[in-house]
Write a protein that binds this ligand. Sequence first.
Ligand code: NAD
Length: 410
Amino acid sequence: MPGFEDVNYYFRKAARIMDLSAHVERMLVTPFREVKVDVSITLDNGDLGTFIGYRVQHDNSRGPMKGGLRYHPSVDMDEAQGLASLMTWKTAVVNVPFGGAKGGIAVDPALLTPREQERLTRRFVQQIHDIIGPQRDIPAPDVNTNAQVMAWIMDEYSRMHGFSPAVVTGKPVDLFGSKGREEATGRGAVMALEEHLHDAGLGEVRGKTFAVQGFGNVGSWTCRFLHERGGRVVAVSDARGGVHDPDGLDVPALLAHVRAARWIEGFTGGAPISNEALLLLDVDVLVPAALGGVITEVNAGEVRARIVLEAANAPTTPRADEMLQARGVTVLPDILVNAGGVTVSYFEWAQNIQQFTWEEERITAELGRHMREAYATLARVVRERKVPFRTAAFIVAIDRVGRATVLRGV
Ligand code: NAD
């Protein structure tokens, strides 16, 4: 898994171009606060289960800190640091008034019953409730966490602090969630791609071919939007493997299959394909939408896609990023591409604070405005500075975070 140093590699590359002093660089890189807690629960069989929970708060100069909670065996301090700092830069790229945070629990939730998952989540909130809050740090869903988990967090936090729907985003629409939040990351990713295709004179999604790794929240919504726009999704995968049809998969049928069977496994509308082979398919756009660190120096030389649309966080290692760039592959970076999630989380938070709900058309229109403005700003820096999109994104983000830090005073 990619860690803190991978993110800092990209940070330093941009910082060098910007001529940042070593002192400022060190201050911007250093996390505001890091917390590691014991999350022990009684399992359904009466045994004791002990897990470790993490929350890294990276920067709050532009507002309360914001970032997902992940339930996965790979969660550790290094991963949380890296993903928390990515959130600082991401919120700055789309210009929403938040800083960055990230966390989670080192656990495989598939091995826990729903009751155990609920106890685990409530225990975690009991351990970190004094450092999160609507004006402090606002968690959201990430890998293996969903609207139900966010509902438990809201409930547990509200028991201790009074009614606080804005403590967490990605809640169910029936419980102070926002319309359009569930699909926001996939929708934003496709919006970013469309901006790029238009800007680069590459036409539209219609007729283009796509391979998508990951079929959870982000991957499945991305596939749906691509399919709706006439894109040909030729391969998708999940943790157990994938399915491939060069003529294009029947995405609605696949969605229905996964809704019923949970996994892609068993879908008969294509041939099986491994996760490794999917990344190397000859497609117009490769969409990593699962875990980080999947495009590495081992396989980057064999990636045949023309564009990599980073819907997952940190799917490309720094070395692989350099290799793709050298080979002329355009990498649209995570801190732009998947920022639709945090953008609509911002709308959810604002609605909770205002106690006023927005209609879906307004959410989609405002999301489009943020994604378009973010893309246009990055594209201008790409042209002016002759740098790749990722470096441009870090330049824009560091500039915004740096200015806020200086204006507030150290
Ligand atoms: P999810 O848990 O809903 O889905 C994850 C998907 O990845 C599942 O289909 C799972 O089977 C698959 N997967 C897991 N391990 C895999 C492996 N080893 N190989 C291939 N596939 C594997 O999670 P999500 O919310 O869709 O998040 C996916 C990515 O998007 C993560 O990197 C996350 O940080 C990022 N992200 C999510 C959001 C959001 O709003 N949910 C926002 C921004 C970024």
